[in-house]
Design a protein around this ligand. Structure first.
Ligand code: NAP
Length: 399
């Protein structure tokens, strides 16, 4: 009831732009099937600036700091070797290529990534090589292997990390948890990071559509005095929208914390708890799913993304507003000890140890499949499939 009122009030009060966004499928970001290098011109105005984030001043870097010709000139004598062609390797390599930067890809021969890279125009012997060959040719080594492979292949890769080269990561993982990964770069290379705040396919699709994902940048080792400048240039070259500064350690702590928290772990825990209480109290699966996931993802979360939670609280029905104001503190109090435990587990390295140990087990793929199947077989997500199939746009596309 409260949410029906809420939805009604919202539809009345929201701006036309938000209403039209509501009419579209949420997060409808298309991954481009083709690329348009010649026509592509993602660079736009605005420059380095200090912004006020709720009272704290931070420096941010935007695309206009590195217009395309400047970017191309910056890297004109370089070969950027993207090692790995998973979501990040693929997204970053394609964006670099579209930006006219000299980029090659290095992956293990005949693996899934090798085949995918060939299908997207990378040519063996010209722009596609083994990891060792690409590492040998590159002046910038973009280590975008999986985090486990960064540990496993460090001994293979490190002979190619030679004086004057720049070593780049998109996660502070390997460097911060060096006791577990063994990744200790030589002292004569710059070591930088640019971590897109989203998946590689989002990085790609936003770039193709003239937009940009936000990324954080950091410097671990600055031999040339230009490490930060390189991180900014590379951050823009891979297609980021704007860049904010962090450290390798803060990047990995916040990333591991966030994905275990609200982004994946906490949100699923909360979905499940709410759905199960509704089901235990006799609500149908369609009602439980609609009140829990569908309304959140289709209506409220896009609005929160667009306008903020403060706006959301100010623009809902009085009934919903009173309830949310009264209950959010209880959820905060319940979540706080869990979040504190989680942060500790990240900082001590326990999370990383578990991830690496699990990943190293020979039967991990099989046991993972079992865990994932349990989720997809659960009632909530089976209900979700039916609910999604009933969205008008899906019904129409079936015809
Ligand atoms: N995914 C994200 O949303 C995201 C966001 C920001 C930052 N990052 C960071 O970006 C980096 C890359 O992430 P990702 O998600 O793109 O990685 P991923 O999909 O897990 O793996 C990327 C590559 O690693 C290769 N690989 C894995 N094991 C290997 C092995 N034993 N030997 C040789 N190659 C191996 C894979 O090649 P094959 O196909 O041959 O197996 C693939 O090309 C990581 O540091 C990650 O933390 C990821």
């Amino acid at each position: 009831m409260a949410s029906r009122n809420l939805a009604r009030t919202l539809l009345r009060s929201i701006a036309p732009a938000a209403r039209s966004a509501l009419a579209k499928p949420a997060f409808a970001l298309r991954v481009a099937s083709s690329i348009r290098p010649a026509a592509f011109s993602p660079m736009q105005t605005r420059g380095i600036k200090t912004m006020d984030f709720g009272g704290t001043k931070e420096t941010v870097y935007e695309r206009s700091d590195m217009p395309l010709p400047k970017l191309q000139a910056y890297f004109k004598n370089d070969t950027l070797s993207v090692l790995g062609y998973g979501p990040q390797g693929r997204g970053q390599a394609l964006n670099l290529r579209d930006n006219g930067i000299n980029v090659i890809v290095g992956v293990r021969k005949d693996g899934r990534s090798w085949k995918k890279a060939i299908s997207e125009g990378w040519v063996p012997g010209k722009t596609l090589f083994s990891i060792e060959e690409a590492a040998d040719k590159g002046t910038y080594l973009l280590n975008l292997l999986s985090d486990a492979a960064q540990r496993d292949l460090w001994k293979t890769l490190s002979p190619y990390v030679t004086a004057g080269k720049t070593l780049y990561f998109s996660h502070g993982f390997a460097i911060t948890y060096k006791d577990q990964t063994g990744v200790i770069p030589p002292k004569d290379v710059d070591v930088i990071l640019c971590a897109p705040k989203g998946s590689g396919s989002t990085l790609r699709s936003l770039f193709v559509n003239g937009k940009g994902l936000n990324s954080s940048i950091a410097v671990f080792q600055d031999v040339t005095g230009k490490a930060k400048e390189k991180a900014i240039a590379l951050g823009i070259a891979i297609g980021s929208g704007y860049l904010y500064e962090t450290t390798f350690q803060k990047e990995v702590f916040s990333d591991l914390f966030g994905e275990r928290g609200i982004l994946m772990g906490a949100i699923y825990g909360m979905f499940r708890a709410q759905y199960d209480v509704l089901r235990e109290n006799g609500h149908s699966p369609s009602e439980a799913f609609n009140e829990t996931v569908e309304e959140a993802t289709q209506s409220l979360i896009p609005l929160i993304g667009e306008n903020g939670m403060d706006w959301m609280y100010a623009n809902c029905s009085v009934t919903a507003q009173r309830g949310a104001l009264d209950w959010h503190q209880k959820f905060y109090d319940a979540a706080m000890p869990v979040y504190k435990d989680l942060y500790k587990s990240v900082v001590t390295g326990a999370e990383v140890k578990r991830a690496l140990d699990k990943n190293s087990q020979p039967d991990y793929r099989e046991s993972l499949e079992v865990e994932l199947k349990e989720i997809s077989d659960s009632e909530i997500w089976r209900s979700g499939k039916t609910v999604r199939s009933l969205r008008p746009e899906n019904v129409e596309s079936d015809k």
